[in-house]
Design a protein around this ligand. Structure first.
Ligand SMILES: Nc1ncnc2c1ncn2[C@@H]1O[C@H](COP(=O)(O)OP(=O)(O)OP(=O)(O)O)[C@@H](O)[C@H]1O
Ligand SMILES: [Mg+2]
Length: 266
């Protein structure tokens, strides 16, 4: 029996900032229907790699494919339309807009038709808006924010903003969603809720890549874990093996030791 082709395949991704190689020849594959964790110390290139794959940053080298279709060289909204979306480490929301409006804006951003088309208010645009509103309402229900649908995003707690961002990433009916630190700075009850939302999305067929510093969260949720250190992949495997991988332990211990030394010297 041949293995199913990966839904996402990254080959040789390299990104440099002046003298710094933030991501170095990163390659990995994501199986359809899986949840893959992407971990590594601060500054190891996790967010940069996501920015590149999702089309928010140019790259120095590398190719990546969604269901075998090349995504490299495409802009973010094209990549989103083809089925790969992401959330941002720093949550973004339009505070003065309602939750539902925030989701409709997200749909329009990936739609690529923009505000000029909206100005024309053609029947087609109105129909698209109605579809986006219905999708937005359904997603707010699935993340548990439906009662705030008409409220401005300004009233949301930090954890609720993370949920809104997850809902926004789902507006384009993606095949793959990359979440950058979905539970960082969130209280334990909300962490459990976000975990259940992620599991539910996965059960509905969405493949996920999750960047997190909360290692327990990742080990519990993910089928496979990719570990970066200084832009390079140092491990890739099931959580059980990653936990005891000497290179991974050294990368994390190294950082903890450096932090301890830094605080001791103050
Ligand atoms: N726009 C930029 N210009 C220059 N250097 C950058 C830029 N963005 C990131 N870097 C550098 O690239 C490296 C990787 O950063 P990145 O944000 O991808 O790390 P990360 O693994 O997401 O870290 P964290 O866990 O802290 O979010 C770091 O050394 C960072 O300082
Ligand atoms: Mg980051």
């Amino acid at each position: 029996m041949t293995a199913a082709p990966p839904v996402l395949e990254v080959r040789g991704l390299t990104k440099r900032y002046l003298g710094l190689t933030a991501v170095a020849e990163l390659s990995y594959q994501v199986e359809a229907g899986s949840i893959v964790g992407l971990i590594g110390p601060n500054g190891s290139g996790k967010s940069t790699s996501i920015d590149c794959i999702s089309g928010f940053q140019g790259v120095d080298a590398g190719e990546w494919f969604l269901d075998g279709k090349p995504l490299h060289g495409l802009r973010a909204h094209r990549i989103a339309r083809l089925g790969l979306t992401r959330t941002f480490q720093t949550v973004r929301a339009y505070d003065e807009l309602s939750l539902l409006e925030n989701l409709c804006v997200a749909a329009q951003e990936t739609d690529g038709s923009g505000w000029i088309a909206s100005l024309r208010r053609s029947a087609e645009v109105r129909e698209k808006e109605a579809r986006a509103a219905a999708r937005g309402q359904a997603l707010l229900e699935s993340v548990g924010l439906a009662h705030y649908a008409q409220a401005p995003a300004a009233i949301l707690s930090y954890g609720q903003r993370k949920l809104l961002a997850i809902a926004a990433s789902m507006m384009a009916h993606p095949r793959v969603v990359i979440l950058d630190e979905p539970v960082a700075g969130v209280n334990p009850t909300m962490v459990r809720h976000i975990e259940s939302v992620i599991r539910q999305l996965n059960a509905e067929g969405v493949t996920l890549v999750i960047v997190e510093h909360n290692v327990d969260f990742i080990m519990n949720l993910c089928n496979r874990v990719v570990v970066l250190e200084s832009g390079r992949k140092i491990a890739d495997g099931p959580p059980g093996l990653i936990r005891s991988d000497p290179r991974v332990l050294a990368a994390y211990l190294g950082q903890a030791r450096a932090k301890a030394l830094a605080s001791a010297s103050h």
